[in-house]
Design a protein around this ligand. Structure first.
Ligand code: PEP
Ligand code: MG
Length: 877
């Protein structure tokens, strides 16, 4: 079995298509080498080895020999020798999973240095300072990554040394200082592990490989995988590569760049570099890097070569690349290329630009935009009319605005988010340990770091607003506050940040939602060309209907009429209706509601002109419309106290009595849905009358309206027959009275397991189905929609459930009922129109499922309509 693949010389064995085996980094290093782009020679140990090692706790037979042979090949190519006293081969050891997980796993640089080879390195390069600087860096990294010793122990020794000498920068330390540090560092290692630092190079390498494979299962990698849905079984590859040095003086350096602007998507070379530095310095944001364009003046030849390479890479991969390079004494090496992470806006711009440039086709462009990114684009910005009190300005690292209370630790942000509180995470800089907190916060503000710092890259990926490198801010972790100018901001104080401008703002600013850009329009219209699933919206007001229509909705899939009952002008009549114990009184109250409902429906039909509108008859338990018990009792007490007139007192008492009467142990399984229409047919009759009268009125204006009347919570065909009889009677009477013949449909929701299981019978009466997957999830799991929040987080944390089933449709369980419902429904009525109107209708994975099982449409909240359009297109591609 082959476990080790060479790259970087004429023996290159891998290629880009081998990502599963070699990881993204390894496969792309091989590909660059195939493209004759300069890459330091190295080899990749496969992800398969990782999986075997983590499972069996030992390596497969033959691996050791393959590594030894690969090292010989590296020695042959470089003319150096591993562990040599005169001309040592030094290595970097890095992780590289199938998809990039920036900063999540470990890296060791300068491996192979020891007390003798450091002398060899000094002699060979003629640069003692460089050699000892590399050695102390190596000791620090090795101790941290491989031996698990706190980085801080070394950092504080280094800081003490600088303080002693009265210097600020690491570069101000001379060779003797560094030699002293090396001895101190070895001392720390001995003290912490009880063993000497391993001097043998091959042993160092083996330990580093173990550590990198092991880092696949560190907590931050696990969290990252969970957040990004990356399977644990993939494992990581290990890339071992001969070192090149960006820290060999002023003709050396290192940098990272993107082939297009990752924030806006604009077509321009974008990046940063540092002279006389190693790679980690740029990403960690310890020194502030220079913009890439200044390299043109500093090293024109290198710059031109870099430009040629980036263009070649973008042409080859046909996507925006994120590249890392090192310049060693004027010679350029590429260390990495990968598909660049980008903001939602950039993803859309790059995708549409690349179609125009002929690099990719429309379908590819669609796959370059994730539905979740569309969601982000519809996220808030600062209201342009606001007058924000800007107290500081940093780098606009990830666009969008956020408002929240200041917290200084990731744990805090997570705790507060659990309570539903909004925070802004303020850090000196972020590290991979912080990602849980970054995800929990509304936005992130850092003091240090550039546009490619950890905070910036991760925030952009998450779509979180982020202001990075805001150097004016001074954090005091002891006092739990930060200072900027004359302001002191304490933990818990409200601030706002604008990740599009870099502004930090005192207090809370008004946020507004952006419109749809022309590039997004373009992508969505391509999505419309491809998709077969229709997208409707859940809307109960003309305003929401209009918003949804502007977002591309093709009708209303669910109008929850109960939402209309809460209007201030009608709640008295609604209460009168509920309070009524006699049918005549109830009918009188309903008569008052009728004209209001008619106007509601006229408004909705008008807003959706030309598209189908599904109106659901009253669904929730009646007690929801009454004042709550406490309020009524308070009112009663008040009245008593003020010697109220007898009638008013009676009224309040009666309300309390009725509340008591309507109280249910389990309202969601109680007197609601069609059960109301069965016990009080006059309610549904009034609603049916209002719907048909509205449709007749608009028909007279020349509009074509086909009302779809939907009966909720059916479990049994007889229920539907009963309700339908009453509804039809009214519908026919209205049409007769108005002398207008309308096409209309009566259908039902499938939101109880029994309805799904008997859908063949139900389809005899129902002219359409709409899956109410909120209730269907509730009743299939037996999880109360209202109470699941108490235990679901534990289910998710402990991995009992992968997703919240109220957000992402449970395909295995609830999905089966959906499939059965569709099959049985179509067996009776082959052309029955079937949709879904639960929350899942706007969730990309569930939309895909809906497409695959043959739904006609999904219906979702207005702001998710664009997401559903794109997700429906992805389902086809
Ligand atoms: C459902 O149950 O999925 C549904 C759409 O209805 P509601 O959320 O109003 O119960
Ligand atoms: Mg429901």
């Amino acid at each position: 079995n082959k476990f080790v693949y060479l790259f970087g010389n004429d023996e290159t064995e891998g290629k880009n298509s081998m990502k599963d085996l070699l990881g993204g980094k390894g496969a792309n290093l091989a590909e660059m080498s195939n493209l004759e782009i300069p890459v330091p020679v190295g080899f990749t140990i496969t992800t398969e080895v990782c999986t075997l090692y983590l499972k069996d706790e030992h390596y497969p037979a033959g691996l050791e020999g393959q590594i030894d042979n690969a090292i010989k090949e590296l020695e042959r190519t470089t003319g150096k020798r591993f562990g040599d006293l005169n001309n040592p081969l030094l290595l970097s050891v890095r992780s590289g999973a199938r998809v990039s997980m920036p900063g999540m796993m470990d890296t060791v640089l300068n491996l192979g240095l020891n007390d003798s080879s450091v002398v060899g390195l000094a002699n060979k390069t003629g640069n003692d300072r460089f050699a000892y600087d590399s050695y102390r860096r190596f000791l620090t990294m090795f101790a941290d990554v491989v031996l698990g010793i706190e980085h801080e122990k070394f950092e504080s020794t280094l800081t003490a040394k600088k303080k002693d000498k009265g210097v600020k920068q690491d570069t101000d330390l001379d060779v003797d200082d560094l030699k002293g540090l090396v001895e101190k560092f070895k001392g720390i290692i001995k003290e912490e592990t009880g063993k000497d630092f391993p001097q043998e190079a091959r042993e160092q390498l083996q330990m580093a490989i173990d550590a990198v494979f092991g880092s696949w299962n560190n907590q931050r990698a696990i969290t990252y995988r969970r957040l990004n849905a990356i399977p644990g079984k993939w494992g990581t590859a290990v890339n071992v590569q001969s070192m090149v040095y960006g820290n060999m003086g002023d003709t050396s350096g290192t940098g990272v760049a993107f082939t297009r602007d990752p924030a806006t998507g604009e077509k321009r070379f974008f990046g940063e570099y540092l002279i006389n530095a190693q790679g980690e310095d740029v990403v960690a944001g310890i020194r502030t890097p220079q913009p890439i364009k200044t390299l043109k003046n500093n090293m024109p030849e290198v710059y031109n070569q870099l430009v040629d390479i980036y263009m070649k890479l973008e042409d080859h991969f046909r996507d925006m690349q994120d590249i890392e390079f090192t310049i060693e004494k004027g010679k350029l090496f590429m260390l990495q290329t990968r598909t660049g992470k980008r903001t939602a806006a950039a993803a859309i711009k790059i995708a549409t630009d690349m179609v125009e440039e002929g690099l990719i086709d429309k379908e590819t462009a669609l796959t370059r935009v994730e539905p979740a990114q569309v969601d982000r684009l519809l996220h808030p910005n600062i209201d342009p009319d606001a007058t924000p009190d800007v107290i500081a300005n940093g780098l606009p690292a990830s666009p969008g605005a956020a408002v929240g209370e200041v917290v200084f630790t990731a744990e805090h942000a997570e705790e507060r988010a659990k309570k539903g509180e909004k925070t802004i995470l303020v850090r000196a800089e972020t590290s991979p340990e912080d990602i849980g907190g970054m995800n929990a916060a509304e936005g992130i503000l850092t003091v240090r770091g550039g546009m490619t710092s950890h905070a910036a890259v991760v925030a952009r990926g998450m779509g979180k607003p982020c202001v990075a490198g805001c150097g004016e801010i001074v954090i005091d972790m002891k006092e739990k506050n930060f200072h900027v100018g004359e302001h002191t901001i304490n933990e818990g104080d409200m601030i706002s940040i604008d990740g599009s401008t870099g502004d930090v703002i005192l207090g809370e600013v008004e946020l507004i939602l952006p419109g749809v850009s022309s590039e997004l329009e373009q992508i969505l219209s391509w999505a419309d060309e491809v998709r077969t699933l229709k997208v409707r919206t859940n809307a109960d007001t003309p305003h929401d209907a209009k918003v949804a229509r502007d977002f591309g909705a093709e009708g209303i899939g669910l109008c929850r009429t109960e939402h209309m009952f809460f209007g201030e002008d009608r709640i008295p009549a609604v209460r009168e209706m509920i309070m009524a114990e006699e049918i005549d009184v109830r009918k009188a109250a309903l008569k008052k509601l009728l004209p209001m409902q008619r106007e509601d429906f006229i408004g909705i039909f008008r807003a959706m002109e030309g598209y189908p509108v599904t109106i659901r008859l009253l669904d929730p338990p009646l007690h929801e419309f009454l004042p709550n018990h406490e309020e009524a009792i308070e009112k009663l007490a008040e009245l008593n106290a003020s010697d109220a007139p007898q009638t008013e007192l009676d009224r309040v008492k009666k309300v309390i009595g009725r509340i008591e009467y309507l109280k249910e142990m389990n309202p969601m399984l109680g007197h609601r849905g069609c059960r109301l229409g069965i016990t009080y047919p006059e309610i549904y009759e009034m609603q049916a009358q209002a719907i048909i009268e509205a449709a007749c009125e608009l028909t007279k204006e020349g509009m074509t309206i086909v009302p779809e009347i939907m009966i909720p919570l059916i479990s049994n065909i007889e229920e539907l027959e009963f309700v339908k009889r009453h509804v039809i009677k009214v519908v026919e009477a209205v049409m007769e009275e108005k002398s207008i013949k309308l096409d209309y449909m009566i259908g039902t929701m499938i939101e109880l397991p029994r309805a799904a299981l008997t859908a063949d019978q139900i389809a005899k009466e129902a002219e359409f189905f709409s899956f109410g997957t909120n209730d269907l999830t509730q009743t299939t799991f037996g999880f109360s929609r209202d109470d699941a929040g108490k235990f679901l987080p534990f289910y998710l944390e402990s991995g009992i459930l992968e997703d919240d089933p109220f957000a992402v449709l449970d395909q295995e369980g609830v999905g089966q009922l959906v499939k059965i419902g569709i099959e049985k429904g179509r067996a009776t009525r082959p052309d029955i129109k079937i949709g879904i109107c639960g929350e899942h209708g706007g969730e990309p994975k569930s939309v895909k499922f809906g497409h695959n099982v043959g739904l006609n449409y999904v219906s979702c909240s207005p702001f998710r309509v664009p997401i559903a359009r794109l997700a429906a297109a992805h389902a086809v591609i």
